[in-house]
Design a binder for this molecule. Sequence first.
Ligand code: ADP
Length: 276
Amino acid sequence: LVNAIATQIGVALIQAEAYANLQDLNEQLEALDRTRSNLVAITGHELRTPLSTIQVCLESLASEPDMSPELRQVMLNTALEDAERMRKLVQDFLTLSQLESGRVEWNIEALDLQECVELSLSNVRARHKGTALPKIENHVKDELPLVRADGEWLVEVLAKLLDNACKFTSQEGKITLEVSSQTPYQLEVTVADTGRGIEPKRLETVFDRFYQEEGALRRSAGGTGLGLAICRQIVRGWGGKIWAESQGKDHGSQFHFTIPIYGDQMPKEPSQPTMR
Ligand code: ADP
């Protein structure tokens, strides 16, 4: 009888545990579903705003044949700018989803960091052609050890951090690129600017999807609010971390990320980084 009772108690305990696990799983699924709905709502909102502007512009152009040529040009430019914003948003959103879902095939190889830095600098300069940029100082030394990362994505992260630094720093300001080695296994890359800075409480949130401090004014600064979220996923892809520091508003920002040093298992010859 004692054995039978013990067995019953054992079965009841297993059932209770299974029930608790099921409850946990249910809660996790509900949380996942809430995240998914939030994401769809935010993305929908982000896309609807430029779409509405395009619609208003096109409606005015269609319904007012006597519109002055100047106003017509303004309407066309506004519609084109918002169409470009939508394109960037969709592209960044797809990149982020691809990275988050683990569907990216990483091409991890031995890379010369200095070459990647040079390539990102020329990408950024080409993108900002015609606009005066703050002074950019490259302090990355030539004789660094090779790093272990995906070259295309590494150039993407560097270019995004440089783009942001250019965007949030006045022409009189300065941007500095530096590399230090904190441990024998990894290098730390820093993109520092003397621009508008970030409030301490925002240093983590800047890496969230769609975070943009300027809120309603965001379109004047361009951008999708997805760039740093993409950078975080890329850096995680090679096992590094990324973080921001700032001495507060108008005192500049520093973005740092780590990157592993090439190990013995890697090929000896560095590969050329390529343009994405
Ligand atoms: P985007 O640049 O497209 O707005 P990001 O994800 O790259 O989106 O950046 C998110 C936000 O973080 C920016 O809108 C800005 O508010 C803040 N931020 C990013 N880089 C800097 C910087 N160098 N200086 C000050 N603020 C920055």
